[in-house]
Design a protein. Structure first.
Length: 727
């Protein structure tokens, strides 16, 4: 056996201990870059070589197909045999396998279809229509997000109590009934969505003791990766399966729990010892990725979080370069400065593939994309579309194009029914057919048809309103600033209102992207020049280079690593994100800090952090406070710089250190901390209150330290009491 286990020589003491501790519940607290995948795969091999279990008695769960494939490849390399047929895969793939064997218990056939998000939306639209619910006011995508959230919590329609769960106010408190109708429709279609795969299995376990016992007995050992990202449904599933043998090995890192918006609950890992009696915790703290300065800075930063189990990363490697903290004037200079650093690195024959720019919000990519296109620097946006390729940006530009030219047929087709104006395919076909027959453009065709009875009264009325707006925007475009014109168009078209009513996870980001487009258009003196610029950007966006600098969000970067990492936009409000703090208070702030920790620990050799003294917001320059996270980095591990003295000799040469003594900054931090600790119950139902971001509103529900407010100029929001004021 010793000969077979020669791979043990590549493990450090803690890793080997995690592999050999196979009996009883075990939490492997694996810091960034500490070799958790090696531990998982070696543990699988060890279970076989030690004859502790047969492959069919082991269940190994990951979050992504990529992680599952990597684990398969590594295990096969170790044991020199195929793992085909093993219970090794994602939560959804393993749940689907169990469900197909027991489908009849939830009224499905084993051949059930797993539907994607497009089919889900189509199905929900049918259900809304059957209930005579206006889909423009209550979007199908919003209901889908609510249903997905409930499924992540492991809740069937019958288990949801009105007023106790967010989303029950949808369509005047019809969401639970709509959820029930949706589930019935899926059963009738012999279909399941991804959320059902776990939910149905949980239902089977709850209602069929013999089936539950069968799988509990079958899986003698259970391993799960990225345990900190589990939601309530996944946690219950794991806890149920491991209840008989108690051999659950959970590998994760509480300091990298950054997906609460997807339903992940960091408390699953924080409460592991309490939920699994006699659990053992092994900490993997030796890092094999980053230099000493990077690890010390990251560890000191994350130590400011209260909700964590605690560990400190270290390395045998050299200390390396200190983290570079650079203060710049604005977002454009930030992009220019980062571009110059990348070019200098590339001139030394270094590959661009070694460089990543990690942003907090997707709208931040625009400045970098435009700068890199201008200087001919190959780049790639990972995990998302380029800025001008995003659907909301294309929609807004289509409105501008049609405002600029009535002959823009493609723009007309894109926006005539976006937002929804009650124009069906039949109406649009009539418009297109008439345009072809008369050899005129679609706008002229529509204007003529609304004066006849060729199309319905409702359609004619909608098109008249549309053209009334278009005519006004064209007139206003002659004397109105471009940024103001775009804001007017987005508001009066109903596009902003459409996104505000959209309760999907993506909606707030889309609104932020549109705000950034307002900033972008502000840089041009005419609409024609801006539209020409967009065309040039799109034409130059194709990139055939094998080497590219990578641009992605911090969330997308988790699990990746790069020699050099640039972290722009470290200003309060942007990072940490103000919305996260407003909605979740201290918990939101701690998750933002974990996100900062993830960003820093993606780097192997160098970290560059940037903050701007001002940014363009809604066409107006706004002064920015440096991120509070900068003040939490140890001075010995950072190198502060500023570009101000390059342009203005009257400006302090070390502006980057100004945040340490900034009274306004300290005042704001103290104010936030006081708010979090303040009295939480001085408000009453129907009381009128004020919120700095959303304005005035009426309290419609109070739940301990949270209130639900119906805002006058926004939709209904659930917020912490600490962030609202009496009127």
């Amino acid at each position: 056996m010793q000969k077979e286990l020669n791979y043990f020589t590549n493990l450090n003491k803690e890793q080997k201990q995690a592999v050999e501790t196979i009996n009883g519940p075990l939490l492997v607290l694996a810091g960034a870059g500490t070799g958790k995948t090696k531990v998982l795969t070696t543990r699988l091999a060890y279970l076989l070589y030690s004859k502790s279990a047969h492959p069919s008695e082991i269940c190994a769960v990951t979050f992504t197909n990529k992680a599952a494939n990597e684990m398969r490849i590594r295990v096969e390399s170790m044991i020199k045999r195929s793992v085909a047929g093993w219970w090794l895969g994602t939560f959804h793939s393993i749940a689907a396998r169990i469900l197909r064997t027991n489908a009849e218990l939830v009224s499905l056939k084993p051949s059930f279809t797993i539907i994607d998000s497009d089919d889900q939306i189509r199905l929900i639209k049918q259900i809304l229509s059957a209930e005579n619910i206006d889909e423009k006011r209550w979007p199908a995508r919003s209901l889908l997000s609510i249903i997905q959230r409930w499924k992540d919590m492991g809740l069937k329609p019958s288990e949801i109590k009105d007023s106790f769960h967010s989303g029950t106010d949808f369509a005047n408190h019809k969401s639970i009934k709509l959820y029930e109708n949706y589930q019935k429709r899926l059963i009738n279609l012999n279909a399941a969505d991804f959320g059902d795969l776990l939910l149905h299995v949980i239902t089977i376990f709850k209602e069929n003791e013999d089936i539950k016992n069968l799988y509990q007995k079958k899986f003698k050992y259970i391993l799960v990766d990225e345990f900190q990202d589990t939601n309530a449904s996944q946690y219950y599933w794991l806890k149920t399966l491991s209840n008989m043998h108690k051999n659950l090995c959970a590998v994760g890192d509480d300091d990298q729990s950054i997906y609460s918006w997807r339903g992940a609950d960091v408390n699953n890992i924080l409460n592991f010892e309490k939920d699994f009696k006699e659990a053992k915790i092994i900490k993997l703290e030796k890092n094999y990725r980053s230099t000493g300065n990077i690890l010390e800075a990251a560890s000191h930063l994350i130590s400011h979080n209260k909700s964590r189990l605690g560990k400190t990363l270290w390395t045998d490697d050299e200390m390396g370069n200190t983290l570079n903290i650079r203060t710049v004037y604005d977002g454009q200079e930030e992009a220019r400065a980062i571009g110059e650093e990348i070019e200098a690195y590339h001139r030394k024959n270094n590959s661009l593939n070694k460089i990543a720019i990690l942003v907090r919000a997707s709208f931040q990519t625009r400045n970098f994309e435009e700068r890199f296109l201008k200087i001919g620097l190959p780049y790639q946006v990972i995990g998302g579309l380029r800025f001008y390729e995003r659907s909301e940006i294309r929609d807004a530009i289509a409105y501008l194009r049609l405002t600029h030219s009535s002959d823009d047929q493609l723009a007309f087709e894109r926006i005539i029914n976006k937002p929804k104006r009650g124009l069906g395919d039949a109406t649009l076909n009539i418009i297109e057919k008439y345009a072809r027959s008369m050899n005129i453009n679609l706008e002229s065709s529509s204007r003529r048809l609304i004066e006849t009875d060729e199309i319905s009264n409702k359609a004619r009325s909608s098109i008249r309103i549309f053209f009334k707006n278009i005519d006004r925007w064209r007139e206003e475009s002659k004397n109105t600033k471009l940024n103001e014109l775009l804001e007017i168009i987005l508001e009066e078209s109903g596009y902003i209102d459409m996104l505000k009513k959209d309760r999907s996870i993506e909606a707030p980001g889309r609104l932020d992207n549109l705000k950034e487009l307002v900033n972008a258009i502000n840089e041009f003196d005419s609409l024609s020049n801006f539209l020409e610029h967009i065309q040039l950007v799109m034409d130059g966006a194709s990139n055939d280079s094998n080497e590219t600098a990578k641009i992605m969000t911090l969330h997308s970067a988790k699990g990746l690593e790069f020699p050099i990492v640039f972290l722009p936009g470290w200003e309060d409000g942007l990072f940490p994100n103000q919305r996260a703090i407003d909605e979740n208070g201290s918990e939101g702030l701690e998750e933002e800090r974990r996100l900062a920790y993830v960003g820093i620990t993606r780097a192997r050799q160098e970290v560059w952090i940037y903050n701007a003294s001002s940014r363009l917001t809604h066409g107006q320059w706004v002064d920015c406070l440096p991120s509070r996270f900068l003040n939490e980095l140890p001075k010995k591990n950072i190198n502060e710089m500023s570009s101000f003295n390059e342009h203005n000799t009257n400006f302090p040469s070390s502006y980057a250190s100004a945040w340490r003594n900034n009274n306004n900054y300290k005042k704001n931090i103290n104010l936030l901390n006081n708010r979090i600790e303040n009295n939480k119950n001085n408000f009453a139902l129907k009381e009128r209150v004020f919120h700095q971001k959303f304005g005035y509103g009426i309290i419609v529900d109070i739940d301990e330290d949270k209130v639900t407010i119906d805002f006058e100029k926004s939709d209904i929001k659930k917020l912490l009491i600490n962030f609202i004021e009496k009127v």
